[in-house]
Structures are given as structure tokens and as C-alpha cells.
Design a binder for this molecule. Structure first.
Ligand code: PLP
Length: 403
């Protein structure tokens, strides 16, 4: 393959050069265990402290409120399971939404089997929850609200500050899965009244297998991994020093470049959306038009199988996805597209394109040009499309006859 056009940055991102450079010394030079007492371990300890400050600063948190984990899924599991346990004395009701990542949905499903009661809020056609529905869902026995900051499939950003306000007025802890938002859009745990927040390194040009859970001081929480005294005895296990350093550096860079990077991505993404909607018939944009991640575009093309599109794109060296990386490989329609009210047959023709700050106008134009040709070809082979055209011409004829 002579060229690669990587447009699946919601699935994972490339570790940036600067992040890798910072990480490298912690593999072979400063490999000491930061929990050891001798001086040689000191470099690692200092690096972890710095990374904790960097991770905290990006969301206006205190460094002591940051716990390093093995990634976004672990952070989600920890936040929800531990809150469920710690607050069980008060009640067993959790409020979340229908469009959460499976790390949240399946954790809630597990808790339902353990006797917890979970309310899954609906979303509107753009993928937003209703604040009124949220208020109405809160009960005296509600112990946690977990709503994602931005959706990984359709990019819709939730009104996090308003959700935080409602949660706090009701005295319910608020967790947000901010894996897609952290490092991409501004977040502030105080202004938004967030009590727990999950983020992941590999979604923001950091390494895979490292994440954070922010836990506000005073929030009751249980230890997740039992063992050594790492992470204030709440998450045992020898610290992943290179990963932690990579996470911190990526957070620092994301903070410094967010405005410029998102502006660039937004312009290209808008260009992509305009061209697709104008030039490809029977296409639609999924997600909110403006309250969406700067790098996310998600389309449905009628009469098309998303999987066939992905295979043809792959042959051109273009990486994109239908739905999310986690659902592809299964033939189940996306739970997110179903939740925004799309019928099954339309959800199958979805395509998610997520940009990086390295994406170029030329790449986007190439992708749209190829998509146009490809979709026309696929439709010409589709019996559904044939039926549709026949139906259309029948209707037109009827109109003419009436005239
Ligand atoms: C990727 C993702 C996760 C999982 O993070 P990992 O670090 O891959 O475990 C959780 N939530 C959302 C919204 C994601 O996009």
C-alpha cells in the first residue's frame, strides 16, 4: 500500500513524536520502581508526580485527585462499580444514558444482575439527553449519574455543566466518561461540577493501556485493584512509568494546542460534511450539527452496507469505521444510531470519519471523490436501491398522470 489515510482517530491515535521522546528514558535509563526508596528510583517518582500535575491541570483538578489506571475501560468500571458499592447503604439506583460506551453500559448491566436498578436515559435525534428527563429520573435512592461528555460514534457533546448542576442539587455524585473529550474540548471539573471523570491516553496522542480516573476529594470510593500501596492504596500495581509519562505529556500538549488543533480539524470536518451532504444523494449526518467533537463526522448512506464500504476504503489505504471499533466485527446495529431513532436498515450504512490535526484537505477531497464513486457502484448492485428507483419512477408517473 503506497499510502495510508488514517481517519479513525476515535478508535485510537498515533503517539506523537514529543510524547514518545519523553517516554523513552523510562524504559532503559530510569527504569527504577518509583515505589523504591533508593535515589535511582527518584527520577521515575519525579516523572510520575509531574505527569499527575499535567493530567490534573487539563481539567482544573488537584494532582491528588488523579489516579492512573490501565485505560478508559478500567476507569469507567472502577468509577461505577466502586460508587455502587460505596453508596449501596443509600440506595441502588443508577442513571446513565442509552448511548454510553460499552465500558459503561456493560458495567451497568453487570450491576443490574447484582440487584441494582439502572435508568437508561433516551437521547433526541441529535444524540442529546433531555435535562428534564434526567431530573425526573432522579429518586431518593439514586446513588450515581454517569453520562458521557462526548459520544465516540456520533461526536455529540452533552450539556455536562447542566448535568453536573442537576446532580449536585440532588446530592448525587456525577461521573462522566470523558474519554473522547479529554484533550479535545475544554473541561473543568469544578465549573462543570464533575465528581469523577474517565480519560484515556491513546485517544489523545498518548500511549495505549494508560488512563486516569479523576475522583473529587470527599467522594466515597473503594479501592479497585487490591495489593500494594500505589495510587494511595486505591489502585495497586507497579506504576506504568513510561505510560504515565506519556499520558502527562500528551495532556500537557493537548492543553497547549487545543484551540489551534480543534480549529483546524473543525474546518476540515465541516468541509467534509458539506461536500458529502451536497454531492452524495441519500446521505445524512448523524449527531449534532454544532455541539459535536471537532474531528468527528458520522454519516449514513441509504442502500449501502457499511462493511462493504469499509473494505473498499481499506483497499485504497483509507482507515475509517462504521460505528465504533468495539462494535465492528459484530453484525449488531450500533446502539447509538438506534437510540437516535434510525431504523435498522439505515444504521447498517453508517460511516464514521474521525480526523487528526495531521489530516489534510487533499486527503479529505480524495476520500469524498472515492466515496462518491464507490457508493454509486455499490448502489447499482443493490436490489433495495433498484426497488427504490422503480418505486420513485412509479410515483413520478402517477404525479404526471394526475397533471
Ligand atoms: C475508547 C473509549 C473507551 C475505552 O477506553 P480504552 O482506553 O480503550 O479502554 C471508553 N469510553 C469511550 C467514550 C471511548 O471512546
Amino acid at each position: 500500500m503506497d499510502r495510508l489515510i488514517y481517519l479513525d482517530n476515535a478508535a485510537t491515535t498515533q503517539v506523537s513524536e514529543a510524547v514518545l521522546t519523553e517516554m523513552l528514558p523510562y524504559f532503559r535509563q530510569n527504569y527504577g520502581n518509583p515505589s523504591s526508596v533508593y535515589q535511582f528510583a527518584g527520577e521515575g517518582k519525579k516523572a510520575v508526580d509531574r505527569a499527575r500535575r499535567q493530567a490534573a491541570k487539563l481539567i482544573g483538578a488537584e494532582p491528588e485527585e488523579i489516579y492512573f489506571t490501565g485505560g478508559g475501560s478500567e476507569s469507567d468500571n472502577w468509577a461505577i462499580k466502586a460508587a455502587a458499592e460505596a453508596y449501596a447503604f443509600k440506595g441502588k439506583h443508577i442513571v446513565t444514558s442509552k448511548i454510553e460506551h460499552h465500558a459503561v453500559l456493560h458495567t451497568c448491566g453487570y450491576l443490574e444482575k447484582k440487584g441494582y436498578d439502572v435508568t437508561y436515559l433516551n437521547v433526541d435525534a441529535e444524540g442529546k439527553i433531555s435535562l428534564e428527563e434526567l431530573k425526573a429520573a432522579i429518586r431518593p435512592d439514586t446513588i450515581l449519574i454517569s453520562i458521557m461528555a462526548a459520544n465516540n460514534e456520533i461526536g455529540t457533546i452533552q450539556p455536562i455543566a447542566e448535568i453536573g448542576k442537576i446532580a449536585h442539587e440532588a446530592g448525587v455524585p456525577f461521573h462522566t466518561d470523558a474519554v473522547q473529550a479529554y484533550g479535545h474540548i475544554p473541561l473543568d471539573v469544578d465549573k462543570m461540577q464533575i465528581d469523577m471523570l474517565s480519560a484515556s491516553g491513546h485517544k489523545m496522542n498518548g500511549p495505549k493501556g494508560i488512563g486516569i480516573l479523576y475522583i473529587r476529594k470527599g467522594v466515597k470510593i473503594r479501592s479497585f485493584i487490591h495489593g500494594g500501596a500505589q495510587e494511595r492504596s486505591r489502585r495497586a500495581g507497579t506504576l506504568n512509568v513510561p505510560g504515565i509519562v506519556g499520558f502527562g505529556t500528551a495532556a500537557q500538549i493537548a492543553g497547549e494546542t487545543m484551540e489551534e488543533k480543534s480549529q483546524k480539524e473543525r474546518e476540515l470536518k465541516d468541509h467534509l460534511i458539506e461536500r458529502v451532504l451536497a454531492e452524495i444523494p441519500y446521505s445524512r449526518l448523524n449527531g449534532h450539527r454544532t455541539d459535536r467533537l471537532p474531528n468527528n463526522a458520522n454519516f449514513c448512506f441509504r442502500f449501502i452496507e457499511g462493511e462493504s464500504m469499509l473494505i473498499l476504503l481499506d483497499q485504497l489505504g483509507i482507515c475509517a469505521s462504521s460505528g465504533s471499533a468495539c462494535t465492528s466485527g459484530s453484525l449488531d446495529p450500533s446502539h447509538v444510531l438506534l437510540a437516535i431513532g434510525l431504523p435498522h436498515e439505515i444504521t447498517h450504512g453508517s460511516l464514521r470519519i474521525t480526523l487528526s490535526d495531521g489530516t489534510t484537505l487533499e486527503e479529505i477531497d480524495f476520500v469524498v471523490d472515492e466515496l462518491k464513486k464507490m457508493i454509486e457502484r455499490l448502489r447499482n448492485m443493490s436490489p433495495l436501491y433498484e426497488d427504490f428507483l422503480k418505486e420513485q419512477s412509479k410515483k413520478q408517473k402517477e404525479v404526471k398522470d394526475v397533471q
